[in-house]
Design a binder for this molecule. Structure first.
Ligand code: FES
Length: 521
């Protein structure tokens, strides 16, 4: 390491001793210069401070993928990560998650590589066609379809960050995107064979986006998984649970299979304005299927309506003309059905003259903000936590009653990882007197998914200990909190279910931020 020392940083390294089978932390102070990487730091410690420190590295150029570790909770390549970019005075380095640790920072990557044995990662083509054609010429357009997927270095970062990979049946993001890389290649003729390995396990993906977010080579495994699901849907090879959800949406326009005429049952006794009686309002309040139909969620949406009433907001809902936003349908690969839902909703948005939308669910929020054709409308879309945080900061809402509880906030993936909304939900909780807000071990970008996205909330059939929600509630229990605060209907459904499975309902409760806020107003 050359150049002037910019600062000295404390590194806490989680190590594992295979003889005693114990993990422990070693702390080292290391001088950091401009350009010093995390791998330089590990080398420095080994050469100068503790020669027994064990870690993997080879190319030192981000090619071999062997130096992946968790740095301050996020998986990354040690040789690719400059220490000063981390902007931290204390840095914790740990072995990758989801993989057995061999020694110190070295994990056993066999479980990750074994998944590749289930797919063919060479072109499938009858030998004669090789002979006849002699060479393959690919157009740039053709290459574009899968080129990014070829950049995968098999570092196992995506696998270590994947909540679905706690179930060993799941092939994992890298193997699935490699499989799709060949599907997208026009020279490959093995579609039928390619669709077999993912057919029964690809539905475990929760669309949390961690694989894409943390990939050092920007491989979009998340989209490759949706594309593969799309082909499975097209070929009719889908589990009954998935088929039922898609059929419900097709017939009833919501995944629960409940008649649309019941969609406004939540508003009974309230004076909620509804389209088409009202065809113009400042804010379109988009309720979400689970919130509208499931009685567990009724108080949440009623509270939001009451708060908007008190604030004097001129809002209205689409009433029974609100169809599912289509997020799950899209992630499940049913693009045609998604388009049908979007076409309907957009037509009503336009009749309603909507330009501002407030949503209860981060999934509706993400869909309207980022998915075509909704995105093209360029609506001002807010999640309710953004709307309320603003109102609290402007002094329009004042939580006055104390809430004397220890609370951990669970970041919903579609709000956090997909849209970087981390602060507003926390700011609402921090505005409440008596509430002690603590952070889960995995928080913000490295938060661990509840397991409900990508349609899995409707199709869950994994054994309890293989469900992400169980792991997440265990993490909250270790923290000794009274409440897990959430801001997404799917997180309520999955995490609350996990407290029941773990028989921990008397120790911990799951509450939406709106439910907590209601108790303090
Ligand atoms: Fe090869 Fe980091 S040492 S990728």
């Amino acid at each position: 390491m050359n150049g002037d020392v910019v600062k000295t940083i404390e590194f806490r390294i989680r190590r594992y001793d295979p003889d005693t089978k114990k993990s422990y932390i070693s702390t080292f102070k290391v001088p950091i210069r401009r350009g010093t990487t995390v791998l330089d730091v590990l080398n420095y410690i080994k050469e100068n401070l503790d020669e027994k420190l064990t870690f993997r590295r080879s190319c030192r150029m981000g090619i071999c993928g062997s130096c992946a570790v968790n740095v301050n909770g996020k998986p990354m390549l040690a040789c690719y990560t400059q220490v000063l970019d981390l902007n931290a005075d204390i840095i914790t380095i740990e072995p990758l998650s989801n993989l057995p640790v061999i020694k110190d920072l070295v994990v056993d990557i066999q479980p990750f590589f074994q998944k590749f044995r289930k797919i063919r990662n060479v072109l499938i083509k009858p030998p004669e066609s090789f002979k006849v054609q002699g060479e393959f010429i690919q157009s740039p357009e053709d290459l574009k379809k899968y080129w990014d997927l070829t950049l995968c270095t098999k570092c196992s970062i995506c696998y270590s960050a994947c909540p679905a990979a706690i179930d060993e049946r799941y092939l994992g993001p890298s193997a699935l995107s490699t499989n799709y890389r060949f599907i997208a290649d026009s020279r490959d003729e093995g579609l039928e064979e390619r669709l077999k390995p993912p057919a029964d396990n690809i539905w475990l993906c929760t669309s949390c986006n961690s694989c894409t977010l943390f990939c050092p080579k920007l491989v979009n495994s998340s989209d490759a998984i949706v594309e593969t699901r799309s082909l499975l849907v097209e070929s009719g090879v889908v589990p009954k649970t998935v088929k039922d959800v898609l059929e419900n949406v097709m017939r009833y326009h919501n995944p629960l299979g409940i008649l649309q005429s019941k969609r406004m049952a939540w508003a009974e006794g309230l004076n909620v304005k509804t389209y088409p009686k009202v065809n113009r309002a400042d804010v379109l309040f988009y309720v979400c299927c689970l919130t509208a139909f499931d009685v567990r969620h009724r108080e949440i949406v009623r509270t939001m309506a009451s708060i908007m009433d008190k604030l004097g907001v001129n809002y209205a809902t689409l009433g029974i003309e609100e169809w599912c936003c289509g997020d799950h349908v899209l992630r499940m690969g049913e693009k045609g059905l998604f388009e049908m839902l979007a076409e309907h909703n957009i037509a009503v948005f336009q009749k309603f003259n909507a330009n501002s939308i407030v949503t209860i669910s981060p999934h509706c929020y993400n869909t309207f903000k980022n998915e075509r054709p909704y995105k093209d409308l360029q609506l001002n879309v807010q999640h309710y936590t953004q709307f309320l945080a603003e109102a609290i900061e402007e002094g329009k809402i004042k939580p006055t009653k104390p809430y004397n509880k220890r609370v951990a906030y669970h970041d919903p993936c579609f709000l956090g990882k997909r849209n970087q909304v981390y602060d507003e939900p926390r700011r609402i909780l921090q505005s409440i007197k008596g509430l002690e807000l603590v952070e889960m071990r995995r928080n913000h970008e490295s938060s661990f998914c509840c397991g409900g996205g990508g349609g899995r909330v409707w199709t869950e059939e994994a054994e309890p200990e293989k469900r992400p929600c169980i792991e997440r509630v265990k993490e909250a229990l270790e923290l000794g909190v009274d409440v897990i605060a959430v801001a997404c209907p799917l997180c309520i459904a999955t995490l609350e279910d996990a407290t029941k499975v773990l028989k921990a309902e008397d120790k911990i409760v799951v509450k939406d931020i709106l439910e907590i806020l209601k108790e303090t107003l």
